[in-house]
Design a protein around this ligand. Structure first.
Ligand SMILES: *Cc1c(COP(=O)(O)O)cnc(C)c1O
Length: 404
């Protein structure tokens, strides 16, 4: 009988609202881009500059990508109505897997409906009760959930802390009466999404080598734009061949629709095709998404220009905001946290920013540590220099309004 649960949920939802952590969605009525029309649920939107999408390369509404999707819709239909292994594999799926492998320099790649699913698939088939998984404390929720699905011993090290990673590797080596875990893997995000900080991959790879452990990087916030050719943080750090498992999303820089992958050593990918549960029991990626993602990869491979624009934009925004006296977390990544400390202040700033025509989002505890509330600005190659100057002016005006 629903009555009791209804009352309980109503009270819990009220409590979330009271705590100021209720997530109110804004409704966008244009393609995702640097400029969008957005407004609260049930009201007409206004045109705003968008500084909170993961649309790093501005490909979400790119004409060539839209055209590739249209072509595939006509030539290959809307959906596959099947999982991959029954009758859901088109030539396009294999082509995209080969293209991702070539792009990342890995032996093989397996597609998933999302990176959330890729991370949900990867651990259980590879790591059992005799094994150890060592995970960065700030890893993405999908890694945390995926790791929980395996029976391996779990260890967690403080964010990007190599000394603590060593301690956890030592703990894994003491398992099974000192014989050590059968298999040990160190798992990290390539870029931590709330800070824009990069994982210290060279140090992680050195420690993994010392302890005979594998390395896995979820590069969702880097694939397509970090590194010389856009292959991500392992390329950026020159450790590509020392990373055993890559996961990532097509839902951010690479067109932004959906889909994810596990790439890496041949036998690892082969095992996931046999036993990765989200691969075996969830539908194939739609052909239009596959074809459009192939087009996105081609665009990324064919030109360094988009990447250069993105980093120029990030650099300009960081410099201008610093000049205006805002406190930023340091770095080069296109995620630029503007720090306010107090959660209510960050929230009021985000509201004022929208009034001033710029869409940004505030994050506070528990998503970030207590007292470190921030607005996370994300730059895109879709922004012009004038857009960035407008955003900086909006920050200045909002600060005056909120503090005044
Ligand atoms: C965005 C993100 C994901 C989820 O990707 P989807 O394809 O949207 O499921 C997974 N891991 C990390 C690190 C991410 O940033």
């Amino acid at each position: 009988m629903y009555t009791d649960l209804k009352d309980q949920l109503t009270a819990e939802l009220d409590a979330i609202e009271q705590a100021g952590t209720f997530k109110h969605e804004r409704v966008i009525s244009t393609p995702q881009s640097g400029r969008i029309t957005a407004g609260p649920v049930g009201r007409d939107g206004t045109e705003v500059l968008n500084f909170c999408a993961n649309n790093y390369l501005g490909l979400a509404d790119h004409p060539e990508i839209v055209a590739a999707a249209k072509r595939a819709l006509v030539e290959r239909g809307f959906g596959m109505a099947s999982v991959r292994f029954i009758c859901g594999t088109q030539d396009l799926h294999l082509e995209l897997e080969r293209a991702v492998s070539a792009f990342l320099g890995t032996e093989d790649t397996i597609l998933f409906s999302s990176c959330f699913d890729a991370n949900g698939a990867v651990f259980a088939p590879l790591f059992g009760a005799e094994d150890a998984i060592i995970s960065d404390a700030l890893n993405h929720a999908s890694l945390i959930d995926g790791i929980r699905l395996s029976k391996a011993a779990r260890f967690r090290y403080r964010n990007a802390d190599l000394e603590d990673l060593r301690a956890q590797l030592e703990a894994a080596a003491a398992l099974r009466d000192g014989k050590g875990a059968r298999r040990t893997i160190v798992v990290t995000d390539g870029v931590f999404s709330m800070d824009g900080f990069l994982a210290p991959l060279p140090g992680i790879c050195d420690l993994a080598e010392e302890f005979g452990a594998l390395v896995m990087v979820d590069d969702s916030h880097a694939v397509g734009f970090m590194g010389e050719t856009g292959a991500g943080t392992p390329e950026h750090f020159g450790v590509s061949d020392r990373v055993d498992i890559y996961t990532g999303t097509f839902g951010k820089a690479l067109g932004g629709a959906s889909g994810g992958y596990v790439a890496g050593r041949r036998e690892i990918v082969a095992m996931l095709r046999q036993q990765g549960r989200p691969y075996l029991f969830s539908n194939s990626l739609a052909p239009a998404i596959v074809a459009a993602t192939l087009a996105a990869l081609e665009l990324v491979e064919g030109s360094a220009e988009l990447r250069a624009t993105l980093f120029r934009n990030a650099e300009l925004f960081r410099r201008r905001m610093s000049e205006e006296g805002f406190e930023l977390l340091p770095g080069q990544h296109a995620i630029v946290p503007v720090m306010f400390g107090d959660a209510a202040l960050a929230g009021r700033m985000a509201d004022a920013m929208l009034e001033n025509g710029v869409f940004v989002t505030a994050f506070s505890y528990p998503v970030v540590p207590q007292g470190e509330a921030r607005i996370r600005v994300q730059l895109s190659a879709a922004h012009s220099e004038a857009d960035i100057e407008t955003a900086v002016h909006a920050f200045v005006a909002s600060r005056a309004a909120v503090q005044g």
